[in-house]
Design a binder for this molecule. Structure first.
Ligand code: ADE
Length: 232
């Protein structure tokens, strides 16, 4: 899979892409990325990329021409399955969306700044608009890093134990159960007996019950959905 990212601040993305799972995915040849500096497509000697909004109001808007030229150049050399704009008014990111995107071949992300991008670019080029939550970031870069991380770890073969992504929270619309490692007794706090029993079916059942309980207590909204979709 390749993910290309149009941004005014590529330096914000270098760190997250150069470590941990994202780095391993690149080393394994399963993921590659490209950061494209939008400023290179800016207008005039000042390489202008934004302007005042028509109709008045505070905040600048990212202009059509630089974005259009940049996206068109990229499209002329690669077919994108999705061109995604990161924006607080987009569809809220879920594990389900990340699962679907992890099956794509080429994705282009567009990071906005200021008040956002001219609506005509959204109408012309953008195939999906994604928000990572109901809060406003200074720009789309950190949201892009979150989105890419959540997608790339799901590409088959990226995680060493493939089932570990399947047991993540949200994969089955429930929160994950608690986990324990050594020692068995930590200052009097003991690992639940069932996990030491070696009885796979009992362990699976215990984990499922813990997932249900956690979800019911911590995320009643998710639990209600699970109850409706799966229980009956
Ligand atoms: N850009 C600014 N805020 C954002 C958010 N919450 N999600 C995605 N992109 C954004």
């Amino acid at each position: 899979m390749t993910i290309d990212i149009i941004t005014l601040h590529p330096e914000l993305l270098v760190g997250p892409f150069d470590h941990s799972i994202l780095k391993r995915a690149q080393n394994m040849g399963l993921f590659d990325y490209q950061l494209i500096q939008l400023r290179d497509y800016g207008l005039g000697v000042h390489k202008q990329v934004d302007d005042y909004q028509y109709g008045g109001g505070s905040g600048m808007v990212m202009m059509c021409e630089p974005l259009h030229q940049c996206i068109s150049d990229l499209k002329s050399i690669k077919n994108y399955d999705e061109i995604i704009f990161l924006t607080p008014d987009g569809q809220q990111l879920t594990q389900n969306i990340s699962n679907q995107l992890s099956l794509k071949g080429n994705i282009l992300l567009v990071c906005g700044h200021y008040k956002g991008i001219d609506q005509r670019i959204r109408d012309l080029h953008i195939t999906k608009e994604i928000s990572i939550g109901d809060y406003v970031l200074s720009g789309g870069e950190l949201a892009a890093a979150v989105l890419v991380d959540s997608i790339v770890r799901l590409i088959p073969g990226v995680l060493s134990d493939e089932t570990s992504a399947l047991s993540d929270s949200f994969q089955d619309d429930l929160l994950a159960p608690p986990v324990y490692t050594r020692p068995v007794d930590f200052n009097g706090q003991k690992v639940p007996d069932v996990l030491l029993s070696g009885h796979d079916a009992k362990i699976a059942e215990w984990r499922h019950q813990q997932s249900l309980e956690r979800t019911k207590n911590l995320r009643p909204d998710l639990y209600k959905k699970w109850d409706k979709d799966f229980k009956t």
